[in-house]
Write a protein that binds this ligand. Structure first.
Ligand code: PGA
Length: 238
């Protein structure tokens, strides 16, 4: 059975002391974990036995104060980047075209891309979820030769940080939609899809039984090293 990918999105969840403590308390060695701390703390995390990623990346060739480019990421040995997280779509109005440029540039630099897609609560209630997801996947990935570098995280926006999760059936449906879109519209068979949104120690066992997913993107629950390691061990037990 293929090892699952586990991504920890630490967001803004830590101050300097918390980051230093985290590194002390997180003991294990996990080849399949990509931890994405705030970039200002990356150095503290560099000796950990996990992979490191960025929570965002910008495209090269445009000066944009405050951002980090794909080539800078590569020059620091970073191998993975999250692109298109719903919080960036919402608060920074990051749209599918910007996301497409970021993905293109990151692919060019051979970075592993964790592309986030997912419907809002409103889209779900109005029956527009599938259309929104289809558009996000297609627009983000159009014109990209090397889709092999991309893993999609299906993260329903209404499930992020809310303790609500979709049913197993709903997750399977959306994963199959994403696979269909990449196959039929982008001519790429075999896209890997993660699930993200309120994954925690209580629900991970059940979610981990879904064969169609290739892993998880975990936010809140990854900022506590003990809890996160417990979750990783549950996932890796299968
Ligand atoms: P959550 O966040 O696990 O806290 O819901 C997931 C995410 O935003 O990627």
């Amino acid at each position: 059975m293929k090892e699952r990918i586990i991504v920890g999105n630490m967001k803004l969840g830590m101050l300097k002391e918390d980051a230093l403590n985290y590194v002390k308390k997180f003991k294990g060695e996990y080849r399949n974990v990509v931890l994405c701390p705030s970039s200002i703390y990356l150095n503290y995390f560099s000796d950990m036995k996990v992979k490191l990623g960025l929570q965002n990346v910008f495209y090269d060739g445009t000066l944009c104060t405050g951002e980090i480019s794909s080539s800078q990421a590569v020059s620091m040995g970073i191998k993975y980047v999250i692109i298109g997280h719903s919080e960036r779509r919402e608060y920074l109005e990051e749209n599918n075209d910007i996301i497409n440029k970021k993905v293109k540039d990151a692919v060019k630099h051979n970075l592993g891309i964790l592309l986030c897609v997912g419907e809002t609560e409103e889209e779900k209630e109005d029956g527009r979820a599938d259309g929104a997801i289809k558009r996000q996947v297609y627009t983000a990935l159009k014109g990209i030769d090397n889709i092999r570098n991309v893993v999609i995280a299906y993260e329903p926006v209404w499930a992020i940080g809310t303790n609500k999760i979709p049913t197993v059936e709903e997750i399977k449906e959306k994963v199959s939609l994403i696979k269909r879109v990449t196959k039929e519209l982008l001519d790429y068979d075999g896209i890997r899809v993660l699930y993200g949104g309120s994954v925690n120690e209580e629900n991970v066992e059940q979610l981990n039984q879904i064969e169609e997913i290739s892993g998880f993107l975990i936010g809140g629950a990854c900022t506590n090293p003990k809890k996160f390691e417990k979750i990783i061990k549950i996932i890796n037990k299968r």
